[in-house]
Design a binder for this molecule. Structure first.
Ligand code: F6P
Length: 357
């Protein structure tokens, strides 16, 4: 007999298509298990500001297909506020929560893991469009992001071809180039640049010029926002940041590398080069069916784990089965694009492996 009577749920970090599907799944399963659900608004901030909302099936009807999160999200870190962790624990006691489901990426899940170590009963649900969380083959939101990015690359291809331009497409991907590599492969990009493999401007322009010489007068270059680029006169590859202010987790606010690269290519080749930054378009809007179903599966299992009295676990997808693993294991390292994926990309696109031509 479970002692779980009331739980909280929060969504933290950057939003991602499928968050509402998780919330719906948790609430639906909770009601079947006779557990009440309190939504904590704005991620961990809701604990500090006493900002909550009772979640019922009625409240979570009609949200499955909606992007964003009905609970809102922030990157507030209670451990950075004076007495913040204690305030979270006091709120858990005051609201009579027996457990918490934290839906988020690396930052949110690391905080969940810290609270588990302090005695809170907490289960994590992994989310990120970047798909770079360890322990799960895929996170929901990723499929939507690559669908959006691929569709937009298809559109850019026709105009690139008409004007014989180089189109640089900047996609999201802070530490990992999963979106760039998947959308690049699906969209038939000529060059894919990912954070896992620093690239020189020369290597990229070589491809563009080689294509010209072969009569292919346009090129599509897909670059992840967190990729490292090295100019001819520079000692080492570097990030490019338009906005110097860090985000709430103290991380660099990425964005700008596409424009920088387009300028470098135009300078080096004399070919008109334009940039399109896909940005938050990849994160907004309705989730794909695949993301909705994965989010529902994660939500149901997270609720069941709490009900079984398990804590400090993260739900994950492995070999198409929903499994769970220790939160601290999942947050200890990152899942980045490996050599096998880079080799696949090199068969179709041109990376630094130009020697094959
Ligand atoms: O972590 C996911 C992500 O999409 C990263 O690729 C990107 O750097 C970040 O979110 C941007 O988030 P925000 O615009 O909310 O600061």
């Amino acid at each position: 007999m479970s002692t779980m009577k009331k739980i909280g749920i929060l969504t933290g970090g950057g939003d991602c298509p499928g968050l509402n599907a998780v919330i719906r799944a948790v609430v639906t399963r909770a009601e079947q298990l006779e557990v009440e659900v309190l939504g904590v608004r704005g991620g961990w901030r809701g604990f500090l500001d006493n900002d909550t909302e009772v979640l019922t099936r009625a409240r979570t009807r009609g949200i499955l297909h909606e992007g964003g999160t009905i609970l809102g999200t922030t990157r507030v870190n209670p451990f950075q506020e004076k007495g913040g962790a204690e305030r979270v624990e006091a709120a858990v006691a005051a609201w009579k929560l027996d457990g918490l489901i934290a839906v988020g990426g690396e930052g949110t899940l690391s905080l969940a893991s810290k609270f588990h170590d302090r005695g809170l009963c907490v289960v994590g649900v992994p989310k990120t469009i970047d798909n770079d969380l360890w322990g799960t083959e895929v996170t929901f939101g990723f499929d939507t992001a690559i669908e959006v990015a691929t569709g937009l690359i298809d559109r850019l291809r026709t105009t690139a071809e008409a004007h014989e331009r180089v189109m640089v497409v900047e996609v999201m991907g802070r530490h990992a180039g999963w979106i760039a590599i998947h959308a690049g492969l699906a969209g038939g990009a000529d060059v894919v640049v990912v954070p896992e493999r620093p690239t020189t401007v020369e290597e990229i322009t070589k491809v563009v010029l080689m294509r010209r010489a072969e009569g292919k007068l346009f090129s599509i270059v897909v670059i992840a926002e967190g990729a490292l680029i090295q100019e001819a006169d520079a000692k080492e590859a570097h990030l490019v940041l338009t906005n110097k202010a860090p985000d709430a987790f103290g991380r660099p606010r990425l964005g700008g590398i596409g424009a920088h690269l387009a300028a470098c290519i135009e300078d080096a080749t004399g070919i008109e080069s334009r940039v399109t930054v896909l940005g938050h378009v990849q994160r907004g809007g309705t989730p794909t069916a695949r993301d909705r179903v994965l989010a529902l599966r994660f939500g149901v299992r997270a609720m069941e784990l709490l009900h079984e009295g398990k804590s400090g676990r993260m739900v994950a997808l492995q070999a198409d089965r929903i499994v769970d693993l220790p939160l601290n294991e999942a947050t200890r390292q990152r899942k980045v694009v490996d050599a096998e994926w880079l080799a696949l990309a090199d068969i179709f696109c041109e990376g630094p492996a130009l020697s094959k031509r």
